[in-house]
Ligand binder design. Structure first.
Ligand code: SAM
Length: 367
C-alpha cells in the first residue's frame, strides 16, 4: 500500500470550524475560529484530511490509552522508570535539563546554538534507522488511537506520521512543490512525498548529521531531496515553493518573526504554511499572537489546540521509545527518557500537568 488511506467517513469541508475547548489541563489559547478566508483555499474552508471522528478534535477527552505491556517489575528498564528525583543520576539530569532550558530561554542566539548542538549530538550519537521521526505524535482520543491506515513499513512510526498527516493534509498537496523546514531525520518528509502526491519535496534541517542520516535512509523516494538549512536564513530564492511545512521545530528558533518572514519569502503568493508546535502553556498566547498578527504577509486560516491528541499519543508510543532507550549509550538514556515523552519523564509529567500546549495552524501568503 503506497498511500495513506483515511479510515474516516470523508472530507470535512463545509463542516463548522473546529474549536479549541480548553479542558482542565489544556491551553491558555482563546477559542479559535478561522480568521480570514483565502480565495485560494478549498471552498468553505481549508481542506482537512478526513479523520476518524471530527468531533474528537480538542474536546479534552482522554480515553483508550495503552500502557506499555510486558515490562517486568524487575527489569533494568523498569528500575530506570522508577527513578525519582531523589536519586543522584536523575537529580543530575534534572539539573542539566533545567540549565539547558534556562539557556534556551535566554537569548535567540543561545537558543539557536543550544538546540542545534543538541540535535547534532543526537544524530551523531544515535544512528538507529528506526528513529526517522522525532515528534510527540498525534492520536485519536478513543480506541486504538489510529486516524489513518498506513503501509506496514510506516507502522513503527505511526503516531508521529499521523501528526504529519494531520498537519500536511490541511491542503491538497497534489502537484505542489513543498519545502519542509526542521525536517529532522526525514521520515515525515518521506511519508508526505510518498503518500500525499506532491510534485517535489525538499526537506531541510539545521543539523548536518540529521540531513546525512535522512539522505541515506530515504534515498529511494524519487520526489524527495535533503539540504542543510537554517529556518531563519533559508538558501532559496523568493517565491520558490507552494507549501512550507514545519512540524515541532519552531520552538528551537531564535525568533518566530524571522522564521515566518523567511517562510513567507520563499512561498509563492497564495502558498500555504502548514505548522505545528509545542510551547510551555504560558507561552502559548504569544505563539498565537505571532501566528495571528505576524508582519510576514501570512494570514492565519486556522489554528487548533491539539494538545489532548498529542498527550494521548505519548501513551501509545511507550513501547517503541523503550526499545530505542535500551539500545542507547548510558548518557543519552535519561535525557531521551525525559525529552521523548516517556511516562515518568519531564515532558510526560509536564503534559499531564497541563504545562505544555500543542497547536496546529494553516496560514496563507497574501496573493
Ligand atoms: C523535535 S525535532 C522535529 C523534527 C521533525 N520535524 C520530526 O517531526 O521528526 C526538531 C528539529 O528542528 C531542527 N532545528 C532546530 N533549529 C533549527 C533551525 N534554526 N533551522 C532548521 N531546523 C532547526 C532540529 O535540528 C530538529 O531536527
Amino acid at each position: 500500500m503506497g498511500k495513506a488511506r483515511d479510515t474516516a467517513s470523508g472530507p470535512v469541508n463545509g463542516n463548522p470550524p473546529l474549536r479549541a475547548t480548553p479542558g482542565p489541563c489544556l491551553s491558555a489559547l482563546t477559542p479559535i475560529t478561522p480568521i480570514r478566508q483565502s480565495p485560494s483555499a478549498v471552498e468553505g474552508d481549508v481542506f482537512v484530511p478526513p479523520l476518524r471522528k471530527l468531533g474528537e478534535i480538542c474536546d479534552g477527552r482522554r480515553q483508550g490509552q495503552q500502557r506499555a505491556p510486558g515490562l517486568g517489575h524487575g527489569t533494568r528498564l523498569e528500575r530506570q522508570r522508577r527513578l525519582t528525583p531523589d536519586t543522584n543520576g536523575d537529580m543530575f539530569i534534572t539539573m542539566l535539563f533545567r540549565t539547558m532550558k534556562r539557556l534556551i530561554g535566554s537569548t535567540p542566539v543561545i537558543r539557536r546554538a543550544v538546540t542545534r548542538l543538541s540535535y547534532e549530538a543526537l544524530s551523531r550519537a544515535f544512528d538507529d534507522p528506526r528513529l526517522v521521526v522525532m515528534n510527540y505524535g498525534y492520536a485519536a482520543l478513543d480506541g486504538d488511537g489510529h486516524t489513518i491506515a498506513l503501509a506496514q513499513r510506516d507502522e513503527w512510526s505511526r503516531f508521529s506520521l499521523q501528526l504529519y498527516h494531520r498537519v500536511a493534509g490541511a491542503i491538497d498537496l497534489a502537484g505542489k512543490e513543498l519545502l519542509e523546514i526542521g525536517g529532522g531525520r526525514g521520515g515525515g518528509a518521506d511519508f508526505v512525498a510518498r503518500t500525499l502526491d506532491p510534485k517535489q519535496v525538499v526537506c531541510t534541517d539545521i543539523s548536518a548529521a540529521a540531513m546525512a542520516f535522512a539522505s541515506r535512509t530515504h534515498a529511494t523516494t524519487p520526489n524527495l531531496s535533503f539540504q542543510q538549512a537554517d529556518a531563519e536564513h533559508l538558501p532559496f530564492a523568493d517565491a520558490t515553493f507552494d507549501i512550507v511545512l514545519n512540524v515541532e521545530s519552531s520552538h528551537c528558533y531564535g525568533t518566530m518573526e524571522r522564521f515566518l518572514g523567511e517562510a513567507s519569502r520563499v512561498l509563492r503568493p497564495g502558498g500555504h504554511l502548514l505548522f505545528a508546535d509545542i510551547r510551555d502553556t504560558p507561552q502559548a498566547p504569544a505563539l498565537e499572537e505571532s501566528l495571528r498578527h505576524n508582519h510576514a504577509g501570512l494570514n492565519l486560516l486556522r489554528l487548533e489546540d491539539i494538545t489532548a491528541h498529542v498527550r494521548t499519543a505519548l501513551d501509545f508510543t511507550t513501547n517503541q521509545k523503550e526499545t530505542l532507550v535500551a539500545t542507547m549509550v548510558a548518557p543519552l538514556r535519561q535525557m531521551f527518557r525525559d525529552q521523548s515523552g516517556l511516562p515518568g519523564g519531564v515532558v510526560y509529567r509536564a503534559f499531564a500537568a497541563g504545562e505544555r500546549t500543542y497547536v496546529c495552524a494553516t496560514l496563507v501568503k497574501e496573493g
